[in-house]
Design a protein around this ligand. Sequence first.
Ligand SMILES: C[S@@+](CC[C@H](N)C(=O)[O-])C[C@H]1O[C@@H](n2cnc3c(N)ncnc32)[C@H](O)[C@@H]1O
Length: 382
Amino acid sequence: MDEHEREMYRRILNWFKGKKQPPFKIDLELHRRCNLSCLMCSRRSDPSYERINEYSEKVEIQKKKWLSIIEEAKDLDVREWHVCGGGEPMFLPDVTLSVMESIKEYGALGIITTNGTLWKRRHIEETIRIGWDRVHFSIHAPFAKVHGFLTNCPGTFERVVKTVKIFNELKRKNISDKPEININFVLSVKNYRFLPEMVKFAKLLNANYLFVDPLIVYSELGEKLKLKDKHIREFPKFLEKACHIAEKIGLKNNFSGLDKNLQPELIEKTSRMHEVVKEDVERAKKMKLKGFKRKFLSTSCYKPFFHMTIKCDGRTTSCDVPVTGGDNIRNKSLKEVWNGEYFEDLREKLMNGKVPDFCAQCNPSHMTQKRACQREILKMVR
Ligand SMILES: C[S@@+](CC[C@H](N)C(=O)[O-])C[C@H]1O[C@@H](n2cnc3c(N)ncnc32)[C@H](O)[C@@H]1O
C-alpha cells in the first residue's frame, strides 16, 4: 500500500474514532455529452436520452465554477480526482483540460476515464505536460468488430488504439512514466470469451492495469448483454486462462489475486447488488464482534466517509449511483455539502447497516474495493 492509499484508509478509520474528516476523493461529471451511444451505457436509462447532449448543455455548471470548486477542495485537502461521469469528458476539451490543469497545479492525483476517440495530439501533449497521473481507456474487446458493435459506432476501436499509441509515443519522447494507461473493459455476452486475448492486447498497448467490471443493466439493451447462467457457467475457463496469462506477462488487474472482481456471484447479481451488500453486513453481525470491529465491519458502505460525486448540474452524492437526492453545490460550499444533512444522514444509515435502494445498481468493483478497504484497515488497527 502506498502513502496515498494509506491516507485514504486513515481518514475512513478516523470517522470510526469519532473524528470528522474532509473528502479524500471527488468524482466529477463535468457534463453528460457524448459522441458515442454505447449499447450498455447508463445514459440510456435517462428519459431524455435521445436529447441528452442538448439537455446536458442547458444544466451544466460552467468552467469558472468548476475551477472555484477545485480551489476550495485544495483548501479542504482533497487528494484525488476522477474526471468521468456519464458523458465523454473530451467532448468539451477546453473545460476538461482546464479542470485537469488546476487539479495538477495543487498536486492532487488525477484520473480521467475516456472512450479515447476525441483526443487530438495537442490534448495528449498537454496532459503529459501537466503531469496527469492516469488515463482509463474504455476498450471492450481486443478486436474492432466487437468494440465497434458495443460502442454502437464503427471505427471507434481504431481511434482509441491510435490515441493510446500517441500517448505511448509522447511519453517515450518526454521520458515520462505519466500518465499511466489503464484499460476498462465491461464484461458482457459479446466479449467474455475474449478476456484472455484482452489481457495480451492490454499488454501490447503498454497498459499498466486491466480493470474489468461485469455489466450493470440500465436498459433493455443492457439486459440482453448481461451474462446469462450458461455464460456464467462457461466463463471460469476463460477467467482462469486470463489470470494465468496476466500473471505470466505481469499485467496488473482487478480479477485475479485478492480482489476477485469476476466471481460468479458478482456477475450474476449486478443490478441486485444490494443483496450482496446486505449479505456482507449480516455476515459481519453474526461474527459476534464487539466495539470498533463490529461497527466498522457491519457498516454497509464507506463511500460517504471519503468520497463525493458532483454531477454536471451541481447535485452532489456519495457515489455515481443515486439518480436523485443530495445538496446542490451551486448554492453551497463544498464544506457545507460534505457536512450537510444529506451526507450526515447517509453516514448514519450506513453505519447502522442500512442499505439504500440505489445500492442495487452498485458497481461490483465497489464491493471488492470495500472488502479490500476492510482488510487494509483491520491490518492498520491490529
Ligand atoms: C459511462 S463511461 C463515461 C466515460 C467515457 N465516455 C468512457 O466511455 O469511458 C464510464 C465507464 O463506465 C463504463 N460502463 C459503461 N456502461 C457500463 C455498464 N452498463 N456497466 C458497467 N460499466 C459500464 C464504461 O466502460 C466506462 O469505463
